[in-house]
Design a protein around this ligand. Structure first.
Ligand SMILES: [Zn+2]
Ligand SMILES: [Zn+2]
Length: 162
């Protein structure tokens, strides 16, 4: 599974990475991860042999011992550097299914509704006419879940036209 390693990157595609293998995947409930990710928890997995294959992250020192890497162009959270093997944000992997979490950490800051999220009703876009109309002709500018020779595609199209 990890022979070819794992790739991923930020939403806009300015920063791409590759790692040889993934270690333990966790979700962190600490208040800093909630804030940094703008979410309910921080999804992180240890990345062994991490290299940047396009661009690289900027950093914010969230404490005296930890710095968090992010894309300065689109804001995607990418890494958690604590001095040892870096951790990467699971959602930035091209295939997040490769990093199913096995542990929850810092439960003291867990949001009270976290345990009930799986009980929420589901609604697809097709069940809501306004959402369906919005999605019908939307064009995504998100980098695809694989490495690209050139990005954004508009530039590739201009340069590649003959
Ligand atoms: Zn980006
Ligand atoms: Zn945390």
């Amino acid at each position: 599974m990890t022979d070819a390693g794992h790739s991923g990157g930020c939403q806009c595609g300015a920063v791409r990475y590759h790692c040889e293998a993934l270690g333990r995947a966790t979700i962190c409930h600490c208040r800093m991860c909630q804030k940094a990710f703008g979410g309910f928890f921080g999804p992180l997995v240890t990345a062994r042999g991490l290299t940047w294959t396009r661009g690289g992250p900027d950093h914010f020192a969230s404490s005296s011992k930890v710095r968090r890497g992010f894309c300065s162009k689109c804001g995607t959270q990418l890494t958690y550097d604590w001095g040892g093997e870096p951790e990467i944000a699971i959602g930035t992997l091209d295939d997040p299914e490769q990093a199913a979490p096995v542990l929850q950490v810092n439960p003291a800051d867990m949001l009270s509704f976290f345990g009930r999220l799986h009980e929420l009703p589901l609604r697809t876009a097709s069940e809501n006419t306004q959402a369906a109309a919005f999605m019908a002709d939307i064009v995504s500018f998100q980098h695809p879940d694989h490495d690209t020779g050139q990005w954004p595609q508009e530039q590739a199209g201009e340069n590649g036209r003959d």
